[in-house]
Design a protein around this ligand. Structure first.
Ligand code: ADP
Length: 508
């Protein structure tokens, strides 16, 4: 009994597991999700940080460079102004030539008070650009494009005009690069370290306890009685584990109680079936008693005759022919008694091996003639005609022969009782095919079923007979047997005159 239940459970678990894996395949796991989320967060927070730091570094460096270019330019301009006062133009040119290249100075231009250039040395591209007249009244700082790249020009005015010193500025980015790289490396390593730390922390706090709960639940589904719960992790998950365990315990206890109840119900059902079996058997024995009582005459008379003939034979003086005649009659009588007793015994001993292995099981015709053999010696039927009408081609039915005989016998004995009381004359027993099964009808022309019992005829202990004659179980047992075989039994209420019982049995 446990096996199918267990199998069901396994099937259920398998189906659930299947469902589970399908879902798992569709969705990325928590670990991957956490990793992606953390990665996204790190990128979102550290990339702007890196960009900000790198930009700040570049800007600061570029300002520093401009600042230093400005001071360098001023220094050069000051130097030139000083020389301009005391040297000849040729001397000044060679002095300026000497300045080019030193400290990153790429070109120098000297201007008169009207803003026109008087002397230009250095990078030809820059010298070209310095060819324009210049506003000599104020100090200025501007960018220029030299042959080596970007350059910063510093214009410093004085009483005789203006000096422009052009300083290289293109190495700012190359100077900044290592620093920016360092910043990048630090932010990258920092982000990675944070990511790893956060990942492990979250895994320990959330993913592992969840895994424990999932595994535990799977084990319970596979038949474990206790849910394994996580001992560490975030408080909510530990609490969830405990709640689930409480729930599982309750469910397991309930299942146990249910199983216990089912076992009890099964035992009760078994007892009930046994009681029904006993009822059927005792009803059969009651019929045997009724039959035996009805046989008193049928057996008593031949025995008296036998004894008379026996006496005559013993006295002697009979002719050979007379003796032969007596012996033959005695043989007939003995055989008759033997046959009656054999039929009765066979009916009284249900389920005997030769009966149950009988291939006439479910054969209505055989059962009806067996019943007729049992009832015909009954004294109650001496004054009643028993008409039998059995269709020659009946299908076999779902009721065993033994039970068929019990049912038909009961109806015929009831009919005989009714006829004997009120002088009925005829009992008709018929069987014919009906609705792919067999219909058996037992009909008598007695007084009919009394009004008082009509509505509850098939209930147990309903009888109009005096104590000792009827138990009120006959029709109840008949209905039990017939309905168990999928058939029905009814009293034909519309039938005028005596009682008419109709049995429908499905073909087997
Ligand atoms: P029992 O025969 O022991 O009384 P049954 O259940 O066989 O129990 O019958 C119940 C009652 O139905 C009988 O007491 C009788 O009153 C009525 N009954 C059954 N068959 C007939 C019949 N053929 N004619 C009239 N009454 C009947």
């Amino acid at each position: 009994m446990r096996t199918p239940r267990g199998a069901d459970r396994n099937l259920f678990a398998q189906r659930r597991a299947h469902h589970h894996t399908k879902k798992q395949r569709m969705k990325p796991g928590l670990r991957l999700q956490i990793l992606l989320l953390l990665g996204g967060l790190m990128v979102l927070s550290f990339v702007p940080l890196f960009v900000a730091v790198a930009t700040y570094t570049r800007v600061t460096l570029s300002q520093l460079r401009i600042e230093s270019a400005r001071s360098l330019g001023r220094a050069v301009a000051g130097h030139v102004l000083e020389a301009r006062a005391r040297r000849t133009p040729d001397e000044l040119r060679s002095l300026l030539d000497a300045e080019i290249g030193a400290h990153g100075v790429d070109a120098i231009g000297v201007y008169a008070t009207d803003g026109k250039p008087t002397l230009r040395v250095g990078d030809p591209m820059l010298v070209d650009a310095l060819g324009q007249p210049i506003d000599v009244n104020r100090e200025a700082l501007f960018e220029m494009q030299g042959s080596h790249g970007r350059a910063i020009a510093v214009a410093v005015p004085d009483a005789r005009g203006l000096v422009v010193a052009v300083v290289r500025a293109d190495d700012i980015s190359s100077r900044a690069t290592p620093l920016v790289r360092l910043v990048g490396l630090y932010t990258g390593v920092g982000a990675l370290a944070l990511l790893v730390a956060a990942y492990f922390a979250l895994t320990r706090l959330i993913v592992r306890p969840l895994d424990t709960i999932t595994r535990g639940a799977q084990r319970v589904a596979d038949g474990a009685r206790k849910l394994e719960v996580p001992s560490s992790g975030v408080r909510e998950l530990v609490e969830l584990g405990h709640s689930l365990r409480t729930m599982t315990d309750a469910l397991v206890a309930e299942e146990e109680a249910l199983r216990h109840k089912v076992d009890e119900v099964e035992a009760a059902t078994k007892r009930l079936a046994e009681a029904q079996d006993r009822l059927v058997r005792s009803e059969r024995l009651a019929s045997v008693g009724r039959l035996a009582a009805g046989l008193a005459h049928e057996i008593g008379n031949p025995i008296a005759a036998l004894m008379g003939m026996q006496d005559l034979l013993l006295e002697g003086g009979l002719s050979e022919a007379e003796q032969q005649d007596f012996l033959k009659r005695m043989q007939r009588e003995t055989e008759r008694i033997h046959r009656i007793l054999r039929d009765l015994l066979q009916f009284a001993r249900p389920g005997a091996p030769q009966d149950s292995a009988d291939d006439s099981d479910g054969n209505v015709e055989t059962a009806i003639y067996d019943t007729v053999a049992l009832v015909s010696p009954q004294s109650a039927l001496k004054d009643v005609e028993l008409a039998v009408d059995v269709h020659p081609e009946l299908p076999e039915v779902t009721l065993s022969r033994e039970h068929l005989v019990q049912v038909v016998l009961n109806l015929v004995l009831n009919a005989a009782d009714a006829c004997a009381d009120k002088k009925g004359e005829r009992i008709t027993l018929s069987a014919a095919p009906h609705d792919s099964g067999v219909r058996i009808v037992v009909e008598d022309d007695g007084p009919g079923v009394p009004e008082t019992v009509r509505g509850k005829l098939f209930e147990p202990f309903v009888t109009t007979k005096e104590v000792g004659k009827g138990t009120g179980l006959g029709l109840a047992v008949c209905r039990g047997l017939i309905e168990a075989a999928g058939g029905s039994i009814q009293l034909d209420e519309a039938h005028p005159g005596g009682a008419r019982f109709v049995i429908d049995l499905p073909a087997s």
